[in-house]
Design a protein around this ligand. Structure first.
Ligand code: S3P
Length: 424
């Protein structure tokens, strides 16, 4: 479906966005691993999270979907049952990679499949280290389908992550949860740490990075999970409020974990007016964000913040297009392995809008051009590209269109209603 967005003058009001995607996935997985009844409050009801729900149901967890919560009856230690058919992770890398770590510990064979986009994404990054732990797992030329068989040779390892990836880290931690001996993961550049926080793992900060330790004593127990609002979904509205005149937008109870909220820091450094109210430090840090119209200026983006803004780079590029000076970002090669090749997707859409763009292997640079009055953008079937260029559409003189916009259902099925409630 092609979605038209008219030019927006200003945004005003308050948004209560649904739960964070990364935390929702993990809550469903941990609740399904734990024995007995857990409740996940404010879960994200998007296609990606529903892929995780359906895989865990296929593995024997009982999951009741209610309006704003999930009631999950988990199975307990190594108690999943053999699925009838391949487990379908849909479009979700988090589902495929994290569940692989859980399946590697079970006493039955399984297969993980996914949609066309997920089937192109690298899986050798988990197959190699899981195999080092003795898992019996194979990919198809480094991609899906993954075939996982029982192994009687599982053992702990010490592993230094060669790519900054929370999905790889979490996959190994999930297998490590099933072993008596301690597995140690060394993470040179910190990535999102929800798995560590939710399992209460020991993390030591050392010179060579974070050392994360896990063993069976951390196996989860049934409990209530409270999922804060998704900072990645919030980012699209934050940038819209910053770039439109006379805007004031409040986003309630947003996740502010520093491994995720890099976008707030970067936009503030770009002179974005974003205030934090009601800051809380529970399992996760949260707060309300108050965003007002700002004149942004581009800054140099340091390499060590990249993993903490990785999903927000498409919308950051849109902010950069309207900020004073040229926008340049490097060290983001990982963007080529997301739901689409996001470097290519961002550059080609920006060119469609009339900007002069230089693409590098690991980044891109935007020089200002004369922006067109209205443009039809490609979403490349990628939810974050769709919402980033919906935002740019609303800033063009005559608005713009985004093709295949339904892909937003992957992370935010309520995007259009939320937008309508704040656009003036
Ligand atoms: C995620 C980790 C990140 C991120 C993805 C969700 C997670 O991927 O891009 O959207 O929930 O662990 P990588 O770990 O591959 O960088």
């Amino acid at each position: 479906m092609i979605q038209y967005f008219q030019k927006i003058e200003s945004v005003k009001g308050t948004l209560h966005l649904p739960g964070d995607k990364s935390i929702s996935h993990r809550a469903v997985m941990l609740a399904s691993l734990a024995k007995g009844k857990s409740i996940v409050h404010n879960y994200l009801d998007s296609n990606d999270v529903l892929s995780t729900v359906s895989c865990l149901k296929d593995l024997g967890a009982e999951i009741k979907i209610e309006k704003s919560r999930l009631i999950i009856n988990g199975v307990g230690f190594k108690n999943f049952s053999s699925p009838q058919s391949p487990l379908d992770a849909g479009n979700s890398g988090t589902t495929a990679r994290l569940i692989a770590g859980i399946l590697a510990a079970q006493n039955f064979s399984s297969e993980i499949i996914g949609d066309a986009s997920l089937s192109k994404r690298p899986m050798d990054r988990i197959v190699k280290p899981l195999s080092l732990m003795g898992a019996n797992i194979s990919s198809t030329l480094g991609s899906l389908p993954l075939i996982i068989k029982p192994s009687n040779n599982l053992h702990s390892i010490t592993y230094r992550l060669p790519v900054a990836s929370a999905q790889v880290k979490s996959s190994l931690l999930f297998l490590g949860l099933h072993l008596d001996e301690t597995t140690e993961i060394i993470e040179p550049t910190p990535t999102r740490n929800h798995t560590e926080l939710m399992l209460g793992l020991n993390v030591e900060k050392q010179k060579d990075g974070n050392h994360i330790k896990v063993n069976r004593s951390f196996y989860p127990e049934a409990k209530e999970f409270f999922v804060p609002s998704d900072i990645s979904s919030a980012a699209f509205f934050i940038v819209l409020a910053l770039l439109t005149k006379s805007s004031e937008l409040k986003l309630k109870n947003v996740l502010l974990n520093e491994t995720r909220a890099g976008i707030v820091k970067v936009l503030q450094q770009m002179d974005g007016k974003i205030e934090i109210e009601n800051f809380k430090n529970d399992v996760e840090k949260t707060g309300d964000l108050v965003v007002t119209s700002s004149n942004l200026k581009n800054i140099e983006i340091p390499a060590n913040i990249i993993p903490n803004i990785i999903d927000e780079i498409p919308i950051l590029a849109v902010a950069g297009l309207f900020a004073e000076g040229d926008f340049k970002i490097k060290n983001v090669r990982e963007l080529r392995y997301k739901e689409s090749d996001r470097i290519k997707a961002i550059c080609s859409n920006l060119k469609l809008a009339g900007a002069e763009v230089f693409e590098f292997q690991d980044g891109f640079e935007i020089k200002k051009g004369k922006l067109k009055k209205d443009v039809t953008f490609e979403s490349f079937g990628d939810h974050r590209i769709a919402m980033a260029f919906a935002t740019l559409s609303m800033l063009l003189k005559n608005g713009g269109k985004v093709k295949d916009f339904e892909c937003v259902n992957i992370s935010n099925p309520h995007y259009l209603e939320q937008l309508e409630s704040i656009a003036t």
